[in-house]
Design a protein around this ligand. Structure first.
Ligand SMILES: *[C@@H]1O[C@H](CO)[C@@H](O)[C@H](O)[C@H]1NC(C)=O
Ligand SMILES: *[C@@H]1O[C@H](CO)[C@@H](O)[C@H](O)[C@H]1NC(C)=O
Length: 286
């Protein structure tokens, strides 16, 4: 109980200490740091850049009816950022930390605390009011509030969001995906994969997908380990030197790509929606 209260205090402190007016600040001061990957370089994963949860402790699996439907990112002790199309009417849960990605529903029903991991029910869902109104893929951003705050560890830690100031113009992103492919998306692999995506001219995505891709979105090209089914809602990120340390910041939310899961994909521009994120967090914590 004491631990929960401490975590809640941290949550409220991180929400209210910095007012939105004035200088830039991190949503959560403990964000964006992780241990180097533990994945052993065996011959079969040497070429596909496997990684693990300790290198990506902010990666969240979004569970609906016991099935992993989407990804998301932990942004503080209580909230997960994801895509609006990953927010379902049905009861939802999120898995954080070192869980068994092949059996995501396991132990969610009991709500038990797994070692190094959490399975937490969602008690509030927010999607952007504009989502679904104009064009299916615009305003594709949502927040999930967990029933209780989670404590940070090497396996569970938030990704950075900078409030009040765009971080930097980034042209090369990291994306962390489950590594499913169009040919094999039946099960989500246990191992996360790292990939690199380059920001490219939005016009290319507009042409390719036959719909306007604007400033609220980012058009990205990946060479390997593309975003695919189950990766929607997950983060596009980059490591940036901030306040003397390298931290991982989130820039995009994976929203859609080609049905082949190769090449181009579009993500929601997180910087564009930072005020929306902040307002939603303040409203929900009030
Ligand atoms: C899930 O719960 C069952 C029954 O309580 C237990 O036997 C099993 O070890 C748990 N699984 C994990 C991954 O903790
Ligand atoms: C994302 O949005 C921010 C804020 O509007 C803007 O400055 C930036 O250029 C956008 N990024 C891209 C890649 O369009």
């Amino acid at each position: 109980m004491k631990k929960v209260i401490a975590a809640l205090l941290i949550l409220f402190a991180s929400l209210f200490l910095g007012s939105r007016e004035g200088s830039a600040f991190l949503l959560d001061a403990e964000c964006g740091r992780s241990l180097p990957t533990n994945a052993k370089l065996t011959w079969w994963n040497y070429f596909d850049s496997s990684t693990d949860i300790q290198a990506n402790p902010w990666i969240v699996s979004v569970i609906v009816n016991g099935k992993a439907k989407c990804s998301g990112s932990l942004i503080n002790h209580r909230f997960v950022l994801t895509a609006a199309h990953c927010v379902f009417r049905e009861a939802m849960q999120v898995h954080l930390g070192d869980f068994d990605a092949w059996n995501p529903g396991q132990n969610c029903s009991s709500g038990a605390r797994l070692s190094n991991a959490y399975c937490v029910r969602i008690d509030k869902k927010i999607v952007h009011a504009g989502f679904g109104k104009i064009q299916a893929q615009q305003y594709d951003i949502g927040l999930l509030r967990m029933q209780h705050a989670v404590q940070y560890s090497d396996f569970v830690r938030p990704i950075c969001l900078l409030i009040n100031e765009p971080v930097a113009a980034i042209d090369r992103f990291q994306l962390t995906v489950w590594g499913t492919t169009a040919e094999d998306f039946r099960s989500i692999p246990r191992v996360l994969k790292h990939s690199v995506g380059d920001r490219i001219d939005r016009e290319l995505c507009t042409l390719k997908f036959q719909q306007q891709v604007d400033e609220s979105q980012i058009c990205v090209h990946t060479e390997t380990s593309h975003a695919c089914k189950g990766d929607s809602g997950g983060p596009f990120s980059a490591k940036i030197l901030y306040g003397g340390t390298y931290r991982t910041f989130q820039f995009g939310i994976i929203i859609f790509g080609l049905s082949s899961c190769a090449g181009l994909s579009v993500c929601t521009n997180v910087t564009f929606y930072m005020d929306w994120i902040w307002d939603a967090l303040v409203n929900l914590s009030a």
